[in-house]
Write a protein that binds this ligand. Structure first.
Ligand SMILES: Cc1cc2nc3c(=O)[nH]c(=O)nc-3n(C[C@H](O)[C@H](O)[C@H](O)COP(=O)(O)OP(=O)(O)OC[C@H]3O[C@@H](n4cnc5c(N)ncnc54)[C@H](O)[C@@H]3O)c2cc1C
Length: 283
């Protein structure tokens, strides 16, 4: 189906992009278009104007800031896949990115678009939550930062305001124990269940563990019960089976044509079991 009529603007500065977005309550940001354009074609969205970020400078870099990497919202999935600094400092991103769709989509889709879209089946929301990332946004009211814990609040819903542009994501690079697990029908499909787990290893103990689940649940969320089991006990004392049971009983999985809730519960349990085993090896 053809999209409804819309106006298209391609500002050359961030200030202009902010002003254009704020000038019309039905305006929407366009980044890679890999989620928005299908929504338009299916007539599930009908924005009056699309504010394309592709010519806005400063949104396409990956900067090493020591304890974290600052990744521009316009950095594509493909650039993440090919980035040497990400492979070295944030290998969880390199490991997960190949699960996102196919090379054509990864060439256009962006980190900022995925994050703002807040699809519970998206790899980035689950991983950014497990890493405790910080989102940077700008609007006519100025700049602000939003922690991942406060950012993803529901299916396809974030706390980004309608007139805010996500400019960067700051991703901690200190969580060197990590695991990313995905179950999908086939490579490139959206996952049926995603689990991302990270922590700071110190003397065989995992400090500040964060475990997030996506796809199997209506909205990405942390698994507090699993985190409690992992927190600050010798990793050799943590049993992967206990963590799997804790995950299974703490979630309320979705049911759809791809798998019912009991199937997804088993998938999450199995992914958490694998993730804890990997964390144990990294701690
Ligand atoms: C066939 C297919 C398979 C896919 N499979 C997967 C998959 O397996 N895993 C996965 O994670 N994704 C998948 N995707 C989605 C893809 O990753 C998209 O790239 C991503 O979801 C959106 O990024 P985008 O840059 O294309 O954003 P767009 O489509 O341009 O925008 C998406 C939404 O975010 C808003 N937005 C975009 N950028 C900003 C910003 N900087 N500030 C504020 N709001 C913004 C837009 O207004 C829009 O509402 C798939 C897409 C397709 C077409």
């Amino acid at each position: 189906m053809k999209p409804p009529k819309f106006r298209y603007v391609a500002p050359r500065t961030l200030d202009d992009a902010v002003a254009l977005l704020a000038s019309d309550p039905d305006a929407k940001v366009l980044s890679g278009g890999q989620s928005l354009m299908p929504l338009l074609a299916m007539r599930l969205a009908a924005p009056s104007v699309l504010v394309d970020l592709q010519h806005v400078p400063g949104l396409g870099n990956i900067e090493d800031e020591g304890t974290s990497l600052l990744i521009g919202a316009r950095v594509t999935h493909r650039e993440i896949e090919r980035s040497a600094v990400i492979a070295e400092r944030l290998p969880i991103l390199s490991s997960a990115v190949v699960h996102i769709a196919h090379p054509q989509i990864r060439s256009r889709g962006t980190l900022g678009g995925s994050t703002a879209h807040a699809d519970p089946s998206g790899e980035w929301p689950t991983i950014l939550l497990a890493l405790g990332a910080t989102m940077h946004a700008v609007s006519p009211r100025g700049r602000r930062t939003i922690e991942a814990d406060e950012f993803f609040v529901g299916p396809f819903t974030s706390t980004l305001a309608e007139d805010e542009i996500l400019t960067h994501v700051s991703v901690p690079a200190t969580r060197t124990a990590w695991s990313f697990q995905e179950a999908a029908v086939k490579k490139g499909d959206y996952g049926l269940a995603l689990v991302a787990a990270t922590g700071i290893p110190r003397d065989g103990v995992l400090l500040d563990p964060r475990v997030a689940v996506g796809a199997a649940v209506g909205s990405v969320r942390r698994l507090a019960e699993v985190e409690r089991l992992l927190a600050e006990v010798p990793m050799t004392d943590v049993t992967a089976d206990e963590a799997a049971v804790a995950a299974a009983v703490s979630i309320d999985p979705i049911s759809d044509i791809h798998g019912n809730s009991e199937y997804r519960r088993k998938l999450v349990a199995s992914l958490v079991r694998r993730a804890v085993r990997e964390l144990r090896n990294g701690a």
